[in-house]
Design a protein around this ligand. Structure first.
Ligand SMILES: Cc1cc2nc3c(=O)[nH]c(=O)nc-3n(C[C@H](O)[C@H](O)[C@H](O)COP(=O)(O)OP(=O)(O)OC[C@H]3O[C@@H](n4cnc5c(N)ncnc54)[C@H](O)[C@@H]3O)c2cc1C
Length: 336
C-alpha cells in the first residue's frame, strides 16, 4: 500500500496524455481501498481502471487510485445460466476470453473492448448489438464516504445507452469492486449487426460458436479501430445523438445521405461519425491532435498532444456539427 507522488499518468491512459497525478497508488482489495479513503480523505479522488475512456485535460491535484482487484469465479448456476463474478480490476478482454474458453455465452460480441471489468457498468459498454446490461446480474460497490458495501441489481443500475446511475445520480459516490454476470449455457448468437456475418463467411466457419463470433468481432475491430498502443485514443469520443422523427425528416430533406436508425421509442439515433465527417474533420490534424483518418468518431493523439488540445478539437467539432445540423453532440469520454 504505497503512495507515490508526482507521477506521470501517461502509461495509465489510452490517449497517452502526459498529465501528472499529485499522488498515485493501487488497491488490490476493498480493505485496501477503504484504508486509502480513510487516510487520504481530504484529497480529490479518481479511480482508474484501464484509462481507456478518459481524457486528462490537466494534472490531477489529488489521489489517483488504480484498481487491481482480481479474481474470477463461477458462483452459481441453474438450468440455463452460470453466474460468474469478476473482480473489478480484471482486464475486460481477458475476462471475455475466459468466458469463451469455458463456453459461457453472452459476452462474445463485446470482445476486444479495452479497459477493466469494473468500468464496464459505468457506461453500459456496448458493441455489435450487445450491451453489458444484457449479461449483467449484479455488482458490488463501495460507498466512498460511508465506507460500506452495497449490492446493485440490474434495475438499480438504471442502464441506458452508454449510461448508468454511476455516471449520473451517483457520480463519484461509489467504487465498483466486483461485477456478477449471468451467462448462458446454450448460446443465442447475435450475428446480424455490422459485418459479423460477412466476416464469418470469410473465415469459412463450418459450425457457429461463441469462439467464432468473437474471432469475427476481433478481426473487424482490429481492421477499423486504431490500436491505442500505436495511436493514442479512447474509442468513440462522442455518443450517437438522438433526435425526434420530425427533426430527422427536416434534416433528411437537406441532407439525403444522413444516417440514422429508428429506436423503439420512435426517435432516431444518428451516426455521429457521419455528421463529423460531413463537417470535414475526418483525417484532420493540428500538431499531434487529430481526427482519425478511417473513423471520424475517434479523436487521436499522434504523439505529444496535450489533453486540452484534444479537448479543444472536440469543442470545435461540437460547434461545427451544431452549426451545420443543429444537433448537439455529447461526449462519451470522461473529461478530467
Ligand atoms: C480503441 C477503443 C475502442 C473502444 N470501444 C468501445 C466499444 O466498442 N464500446 C464501448 O462501450 N466502449 C468502448 N471503448 C471505451 C472503453 O474501452 C470503455 O468505456 C471501458 O469500459 C473503459 O474501461 P476502463 O477500465 O479503461 O475505464 P477508465 O477509463 O479507467 O474509467 C472510465 C470512468 O469510469 C470510472 N471508473 C473506472 N473504474 C471504476 C470503478 N471500479 N468504480 C467506479 N468508477 C470507475 C473512472 O473514474 C472514469 O470516470 C473503447 C476504447 C478504446 C480505446
Amino acid at each position: 500500500m504505497q503512495i507515490q507522488e508526482n507521477i506521470s499518468l501517461q502509461p495509465y491512459n489510452s490517449f497517452g496524455i502526459g498529465a501528472k497525478a499529485r499522488k498515485f497508488a493501487s488497491f488490490k482489495s476493498t480493505e485496501e481501498l477503504s484504508a486509502f479513503l480513510t487516510t487520504e480523505s481530504k484529497l480529490p479522488l479518481l479511480v482508474l481502471g484501464g484509462g481507456s475512456n478518459i481524457l486528462f485535460t490537466k494534472d490531477f491535484d489529488g489521489l489517483v487510485l488504480k484498481n487491481e482487484i482480481k479474481g474470477i469465479k463461477k458462483i452459481d448456476e441453474d438450468d440455463e445460466f452460470v453466474y460468474v463474478q469478476s473482480g473489478s480490476g480484471e482486464n475486460w478482454h481477458q475476462f471475455v476470453l475466459l468466458c469463451i474458453e469455458n463456453n459461457w455465452a453472452g459476452v462474445e460480441n463485446l470482445a476486444l473492448i479495452p479497459g477493466c471489468v469494473g468500468a464496464s457498468p459505468m457506461q453500459n459498454i456496448g458493441a455489435y448489438g450487445v450491451e453489458l446490461k444484457d449479461v449483467f446480474h449484479e455488482l458490488k460497490a463501495f460507498h466512498r464516504k460511508e465506507k460500506t458495501n452495497y449490492t446493485f441489481s440490474l434495475n438499480d443500475c438504471d442502464f441506458g445507452y452508454r449510461e448508468s446511475i454511476f455516471k449520473r445520480k451517483y457520480k463519484d459516490e461509489f467504487v465498483i469492486t466486483s461485477v456478477t454476470f449471468r451467462l448462458r449455457k446454450q448460446p443465442i448468437f447475435n450475428t446480424s449487426y455490422g459485418a459479423i456475418e460477412q466476416e464469418l463467411e470469410r473465415l469459412t466457419i463450418s459450425e457457429l460458436s461463441i469462439k467464432a463470433v468473437a474471432e469475427a468481432v476481433i478481426n473487424i475491430r482490429s481492421s477499423k479501430l486504431p490500436d491505442p498502443k500505436e495511436i493514442g485514443n479512447a474509442g468513440s469520443f462522442f455518443k450517437n445523438p438522438e433526435i425526434n422523427n420530425e427533426q430527422f425528416l427536416i434534416l433528411q430533406k437537406e441532407f439525403p445521405g444522413i444516417i440514422g436508425h429508428t429506436l423503439p421509442s420512435g426517435n432516431i439515433k444518428l451516426a455521429a461519425g457521419w455528421l463529423i465527417e460531413q463537417c470535414g474533420w475526418k483525417g484532420y490534424r493540428k500538431g499531434d491532435a487529430g481526427c482519425h483518418a478511417k473513423q471520424a468518431l475517434v479523436l487521436v493523439n499522434y504523439g505529444n498532444a496535450k489533453g486540452d488540445e484534444i479537448y479543444n478539437l472536440s469543442e470545435a467539432i461540437f460547434q461545427s456539427v451544431k452549426k451545420k445540423f443543429g444537433v448537439m453532440l455529447e461526449r462519451e469520454v470522461n473529461i478530467v
